[in-house]
Design a binder for this molecule. Structure first.
Ligand SMILES: [Fe+2]
Length: 297
């Protein structure tokens, strides 16, 4: 059965956000939180020597116009092979759903790491094509979704789960999804960082409630505290990188290895242009990418 569950606070790094209030109890199921509302493909497989990770099927998919990665995870030890997609893009929904069909998976969740400004999420389209799929985004994002998650929540699919870590700073509602901790979960762990931490970079902090101070704290307290062999999978890459590790970014990230003041200065002087998709993507993504579907209905 696939449900959102709380993760034990002891499994989480200390939270630096003053508005974080852990839910009472540990290990209890959360009732479903139904609210108003995730080219050529590049695919790579995940493999490890851990026997527990033989449960996990993993694919990294790429959308070339926005250089966005979409991640497919499934527990193939279960008869119904429950699956989820992280950060699907509207333009590649058919490709993604076709792979899911070919692999015999049952898509359960379509999730976003945050409200994207550079592409329209595929979650709304997926929901219209695959009845029963639930969209997930953070409560802090203010966006519509079927389920809203907060720091410390757990998203389960089969015997596997993702832990939700609040990593604001690129946007106010950014979260990082991290594979579970424990002998029955994949090793090394995997962190889907969205735009909070990119390979040798990070997301901009000059719009959507961004804050360089907050991003610095998020990365250092919630991502750099993970085991160093944790695999990092970002929402984007513009130079051809596909994966990094916590240890690698702690050593070589040109921004996050600096002290906080230097980091803030770097982020304030990026002089980036206004994202060309922003005025279309953000309003659509605030309603689960369903804006066009609603207006045509
Ligand atoms: Fe973003």
């Amino acid at each position: 059965m696939i449900q959102l569950r709380l993760v034990k606070p002891s499994l989480l790094a200390p939270n630096v956000f003053s508005n974080f209030s852990p839910k009472p109890g540990t290990g209890f199921f959360l009732p479903p939180l139904i609210a108003k509302c995730k080219p050529k493909s590049q695919m790579s497989s995940y493999s490890t020597s851990s026997s527990s990770s033989s449960k996990l099927l993993f694919r990294q998919l790429f959308e070339k116009e926005s250089s966005t990665y979409t991640y497919l995870l499934a527990d193939i030890s279960q008869p119904d092979r429950p699956a989820l997609l992280i950060d699907p893009v509207d333009k590649t929904v058919d490709r993604d759903l076709n792979v899911i069909k070919e692999l015999g998976l049952k898509l359960v969740y379509a999730m976003n790491t945050h409200v994207h400004a550079d592409h329209v999420t595929g979650t709304g389209l997926i929901k219209s094509k695959v009845p029963g799929v639930k969209s997930i985004i953070s409560k802090e994002s203010g966006s519509k979704a079927d389920l809203h998650v907060e720091h410390g929540d757990k998203v389960s699919f089969g015997d596997l789960f993702l832990e939700v870590r609040a990593t604001p700073g690129h946007t106010l509602g950014c979260v990082t999804y991290v594979t579970g901790d424990g002998p029955d979960q994949p090793q090394p762990r995997m962190a889907f960082t969205g735009d909070a931490l990119l390979i040798r970079g990070c997301g901009r902090t000059d719009f959507q409630g961004g804050s360089s101070t907050q991003l610095y704290k998020s990365v250092h307290s919630q991502i750099f505290t993970l085991p160093k062999d944790t695999l990092l999978y970002p929402a984007h890459d513009y130079r051809g990188f596909t994966v990094s590790t916590v240890g690698e970014e702690m050593q070589y990230n040109p921004r996050l290895t600096k002290d906080e003041e230097t980091f803030k200065s770097i982020m304030e002087n990026l002089n980036l242009s206004y994202p060309k998709m922003m005025d279309v993507a953000v309003p659509a993504n605030m309603v689960c990418g369903m804006q066009d579907l609603h207006s045509k209905a």
